[in-house]
Design a protein around this ligand. Structure first.
Ligand code: 2OP
Length: 227
């Protein structure tokens, strides 16, 4: 097998893009320590997407993000104006990439892998903007968004949609993600999956499977590991 025959599906938020990048703006607007607020915002964003999926009541990832921000504000008793909330949501399009991402993507692209961005975020606006603003959009052939089928990872239909759009098969495809729900979703669908364990404190869900490979950054991904 050569890299040209292997498709890599890169999750975006938390894997390539650091969602904690909202902390500084949150702190400036709320005038308080924002780590816990940022964490709750992200947790609720994911929870809302999962619940929408289970309920068959699709609202896109931006809506989930906005409602999760409203929840975090209510929970921490933070009074933000509509303008401030819009500023924070706009900031979601300017989140930074993790430090090693550019170097790792450049090296994988040079090796010849078929590389796609694969996200629950809406494309092209939400995901397209964040990749462009982080200057990593050029590494991908295309963005595949779960929004195209009005569903969310980890629903198997979304992984199937990825294979359909990229004209590949699960045995020639790796999901690359720091999100354990995504790794388990892809593997139970039949894809190989590399878990990017971005913090030693991140715990892999103790379900009936383990990731195909584990790395502490994208720099761990190489031809020998993926072919
Ligand atoms: C993604 O980018 C939700 O972080 C997840 O799909």
């Amino acid at each position: 097998m050569t890299p040209k025959k292997i498709t890599l599906a890169f999750d975006i938020y938390g894997t390539l893009i650091d969602t904690n990048g909202v902390e500084a703006a949150l702190q400036a607007l709320t005038k308080r320590e924002a780590t816990a607020v940022s964490r709750l915002w992200r947790e609720k964003q994911l929870e809302y997407s999962f619940r929408r999926g289970l309920m068959n009541d699709y609202k896109n990832f931006e809506v989930c993000t906005r409602q999760a921000l409203d929840y975090a504000c209510l929970f921490f008793n933070i009074d933000l104006s509509e303008n401030d909330k819009q500023t924070l949501l706009e900031g979601y399009r300017f989140l930074p990439a993790f430090p090693e991402v550019k170097k790792a993507l450049a090296s994988l692209k040079k090796s010849g892998f078929r590389m796609y961005a694969f996200s629950n975020g809406r494309s092209p606006d939400m995901v397209g903007d964040v990749l462009k603003n982080a200057a990593i959009d050029s590494y991908f052939i295309d963005i595949i968004s779960a929004d195209e089928i009005k569903n969310f990872k980890p629903n198997p239909a979304v992984y199937q949609h990825f294979l359909n759009r990229t004209e590949t098969t699960s045995c020639r495809c790796w999901l690359i993600s720091s999100n354990t729900f995504d790794i388990i979703g892809a593997m139970s669908f039949g894809m190989k999956a590399a878990w990017i364990q971005r913090s030693t404190k991140s715990v892999f869900d103790p379900w009936e499977m383990a990731p195909t490979a584990v790395f502490n950054s994208l720099l761990g991904l190489s031809d020998t590991q993926l072919i």
